[in-house]
Design a binder for this molecule. Structure first.
Ligand code: PLP
Length: 374
């Protein structure tokens, strides 16, 4: 038996797959450069740490990890259902919301089918689509000089990409890495115009941060659109990224269909426990929201002062443009112990994305950036 050309053996699409590039871990930078006290503003994590209530619950739950978790997530689903005004049968839990997005892709995508998403949309959409052997249909986004939403999703362009073979449409609201968002009326109009032979993933990973009155809550549309699934996560504002827990909400029929491909016990014992009580940590959420609101303003005015264009963001991150190639700037920031996120893999070689930190962290990042650009 000879072999070894595993890419040739792999299922259709795997040879075209470009793996996800995560933000650089703090430990890796400290190991490589012998630095201490590094600052990571690269993965949209909560600078205030984990929800304290969630952390305490996870600590307590650790004592029970010789047992498998409740595969049905009864308590967390019950809590979420009450919060969101839906039935528990309308909820599926995931190891992060990306797990739920992957379930949708594995359920509905295959060779000969396609998924539609915007240029500069979240990088996991093409990965899950390609891994399922399906075609990626990337719609152009709004132009960089668009008066209201530069780099935003162009819903008309997205609708034009939909055909008989489309089975999934991905929308991130707000989107990462652009921080752009869609208003209630325009998104509702888009959903109303789509055919019924596809599923729409409305990815609301940052929804808890958004304070604009015209920002929609996709869960209110589930009765009207049985082929809509809204995904949310405990990784961002709840500060539980390392535990891996998120969820999807949709019609019971759609939830039970994607549940066929869910890995058993996909959410761990401490993750279930932490998520359940983090939902009640209203004080922490309010502090997180305020820190982010103030940090967004701090970064925007600093970028303006430095003459750097940035994309107006409602998330917990800002993508800004450099007058030069961003790669050497990213490297120089690393050597100063500051990790931000290159977005060249999104086709934005002159941009960098920075996560909103505490006031002090933002100051440290801005100081390092000024020194690098001087
Ligand atoms: C962070 C993020 C997610 C989900 O992350 P999980 O940790 O898997 O929940 C999903 N969508 C977008 C746009 C994100 O930025």
């Amino acid at each position: 038996m000879s072999g070894g050309d595993f890419l040739e053996l792999a299922a259709p699409g795997i040879d075209r797959l470009q793996p996800y590039v995560p933000g650089k871990p703090i430990e890796e930078l400290e190991r490589e450069l012998g630095l201490a006290e590094t600052l990571k503003l690269a993965s949209n994590e909560n600078p205030l740490g984990p929800s304290p209530l969630g952390l305490a619950a996870a600590r307590e739950a650790i004592a029970g990890v010789h047992l498998y978790p409740d595969d049905n997530g009864f308590r967390l689903k019950g809590k979420l259902a009450g919060r969101l005004g839906v039935a528990p049968e309308q909820i599926i839990l995931g190891a992060g919301s990306s797990d739920v997005i992957d379930m949708v892709a594995r359920t509905f995508l295959a060779p000969g089918r396609n998924a539609v998403f915007s240029r500069y949309a979240f990088a996991m959409y093409p990965i899950y689509t390609t891994a399922a052997g399906a075609e990626c249909r990337e719609a152009p986004c709004l132009p960089p000089d668009h008066p209201r939403m530069p780099f935003g999703h162009d819903l008309e362009a997205m609708a034009a990409q939909v055909d008989d073979d489309t089975r999934v449409v991905f929308i991130a609201n707000p989107n990462n890495p652009t921080g752009t968002w869609l208003k209630r009326d325009e998104l509702h109009r888009f959903l109303s115009g789509l055919p019924g032979h596809l599923v729409v993933v409305l990815d609301e990973a940052y929804t808890e941060y958004v304070e604009a009155p015209e920002f929609p809550d996709g869960i209110q549309w589930l009765k009207e659109f049985p082929n809509l699934i809204v995904t949310r996560t405990f990784s961002k504002i709840y500060g539980l990224a390392g535990l891996r827990v998120g969820y999807g909400v949709a019609s019971p029929e759609l939830i039970s269909t994607i549940g066929r491909v869910r890995h058993p016990f996909n959410v761990s014992v401490p993750a279930l426990a932490a998520a359940e009580v983090a939902l009640d940590d209203a004080g922490f959420l309010e502090r997180s929201r305020r820190t982010n609101r103030e940090g967004l303003a701090q970064l925007a005015s600093a970028f303006d002062g430095m003459g750097l264009a940035h994309i107006p963001s409602v998330g917990n991150f800002v993508t800004f443009e450099l007058p030069v190639d961003a790669a050497p700037v990213y490297d120089a920031l690393l050597r100063k112990g500051v990790i931000v996120r290159p977005v060249a893999n999104y086709g934005m070689p002159r941009h960098l994305r920075v996560t909103v930190g505490t006031r002090e962290e933002n100051d440290r990042f801005l100081q390092a950036l000024r020194e690098v650009l001087a």
